[in-house]
Design a protein around this ligand. Structure first.
Ligand SMILES: CC(C)(COP(=O)(O)OP(=O)(O)OC[C@H]1O[C@@H](n2cnc3c(N)ncnc32)[C@H](O)[C@@H]1OP(=O)(O)O)[C@@H](O)C(=O)NCCC(=O)NCCS
Length: 138
């Protein structure tokens, strides 16, 4: 299997949604909200993709300053290509482009929790999330 990896190549919203569905991550992303999906694609500033010929079969989509923090928002591999090292390679390429002090951070899907531990991430119990509908103004 000859998989090619690309950094910041243009992808369409439809390609992104298709891959999320083919990986199962679509179940946990707002794939029916076109505007949100378009924002995810056009406003990420660091995207590594994996290709089998013309077909995108993997993605690591991040938002980062390249110096201190890199938030890996979506990691997805087409189900026919899973457990062949594609997900790990996408993260290796991502990490290679980051500065020496830059950490990779993410929120794992429940089914992928063991995966990140397996490949060397450490769990941080001090990670906090503020949901959009949470009002902290008072
Ligand atoms: C999670 C996912 C990105 C992993 O990518 P992948 O290409 O299938 O995994 P890799 O081939 O890079 O796996 C690397 C290692 O992790 C192991 N691994 C893979 N999936 C695992 C899992 N769910 N739990 C534990 N270990 C796992 C592999 O066996 C391999 O082990 P080895 O190096 O000892 O042989 C991919 O399975 C996927 O897209 N899943 C559905 C979407 C999802 O959950 N994404 C994560 C959102 S946070």
């Amino acid at each position: 299997m000859s998989i090619k990896y690309k950094i910041n190549t243009m992808i369409s919203v439809d390609q992104f949604i298709e891959l999320l569905n083919e990986s199962t991550l679509g179940e946990r992303r707002p794939i029916d909200d076109r505007e949100c999906m378009e924002g995810m694609v056009s406003n990420s500033n660091f995207v590594v993709t994996a290709w089998d010929d013309e077909k995108m079969i993997g993605i690591a989509r991040s938002i980062t300053d390249f110096s201190y923090a890199c938030y890996l928002s979506d990691l997805a591999v087409h189900k026919h290509y899973q457990k062949k090292g594609v997900g790990k390679k996408l993260q290796i390429i991502t990490q290679e482009q980051l500065g020496p002090k830059c950490k990779l951070m993410l929120i794992a899907a429940p089914a992928a929790n063991a995966y990140y531990e397996h490949i060397g991430f450490t769990n941080n119990p001090r990670c906090w999330v503020l949901d959009r509908d949470q009002d902290i103004s008072s």
